[in-house]
Design a protein around this ligand. Structure first.
Ligand SMILES: *Cc1c(COP(=O)(O)O)cnc(C)c1O
Length: 286
């Protein structure tokens, strides 16, 4: 939304699906007008949005699709025919973030753009380097968005380990979900497709018919760093307030904001820690 606003385009926010937390296809359909230029699905928490439906809508309405892949790098997306592709190469372009907390993090700030379109790749390579295609010839207005060499060196070492990092997250998620299976107050994350279709940037529960905030405080008191992603929906953020937004258009989002709770998720959680976390959740909810 930030980028859309900085480009002086108009962001149009839509609701999400309750089961995946990802952009709702029905809500996209309602929001498309002749002025619509692009769809920006966020692959939230590590699982792809419904890209097959999104690409079909984009084709029908002649729209670009830019995937926000900051949370799902390395995840698979499975088409209806069973074929698989890595998330981030489905739309016309995708971005990712190498912020240290992401699944592939550097030691500071960094990011990357993906595209299969050679002409677009050329354009973007100039824009990120002050609009230069030939040194000291500024053909377009660019920005300074180069990946610095120190971050690149860190990423060079870590990139071959991405799948093993994601595997560690998936293993932790499986242990969490096994501990919470069939609990009346907990909805565990739904994985649509094979194991690699969710790389668990966050492991986010929905807490139903229980005091989510008190549970979170209970966990924090025990030294478990849990968090609410995200506490304030985008349509309620001061920077993006807009009289076009109608609360009735965001029933799922507004409900999820009250229910979500993300447990610790990284590559170094051991069984003892996982057990302590799941026991602490269950002792509060029993
Ligand atoms: C982290 C994140 C971003 C922002 O990444 P930066 O590196 O801070 O620009 C954007 N979208 C999503 C979904 C993210 O998780």
């Amino acid at each position: 939304v930030e980028v859309i606003a900085l480009l002086q385009l108009t962001p149009v926010l839509v609701d999400v699906d309750a089961d995946t937390f990802n952009i709702s296809i029905e809500s996209i359909k309602k929001a498309i007008t002749p002025k619509t230029k692009a769809i920006v699905p966020v692959h939230l928490f590590g699982q792809a949005a419904d890209m097959e439906a999104i690409m079909a809508l984009a084709k029908e309405h002649n729209l670009y699709v830019i995937e926000d892949n900051a949370q799902a790098i390395g995840a698979n997306y499975t088409y209806a025919d069973g074929s698989k592709v890595k998330v981030g190469v489905i739309g016309h372009a995708a971005s990712t973030s190498f912020f240290p907390s992401k699944n592939l993090g550097c030691y500071g700030d960094g990011g990357a753009i993906f595209t299969n379109d050679d002409a677009l790749a050329h354009t973007l390579r100039g824009i990120v380097n002050h609009g230069m295609y030939v040194r000291y010839h500024h053909d377009v207005v660019g920005v300074n968005s180069r990946l610095d060499s120190v971050q690149a060196a860190v990423l060079n070492a870590k990139l071959p380990l991405l799948d093993s990092y994601n595997d560690a997250r998936q293993t932790t998620a499986e242990k969490y979900s096994a501990a919470f299976a069939n609990h009346p107050n907990i909805i565990t994350p739904i994985v649509k497709g094979d194991r690699d279709s969710h790389v668990f940037h966050q492991y986010t529960l929905r807490i139903i018919d229980a005091d989510r905030d008190a549970l979170m405080q209970h966990l924090l008191d025990k030294g478990i760093p849990c968090a609410i992603y995200y506490p304030i929906a985008l349509h309620k953020q001061k920077a993006y307030a807009d009289e076009r937004y109608n609360e009735a258009d965001f029933p799922v989002t507004n409900q999820l904001v009250k229910e979500v709770l993300s447990l610790p998720m990284h590559t170094e959680l051991d069984d003892e820690q996982i057990q302590f976390i799941t026991d602490s959740v269950l002792e509060f909810l029993k």
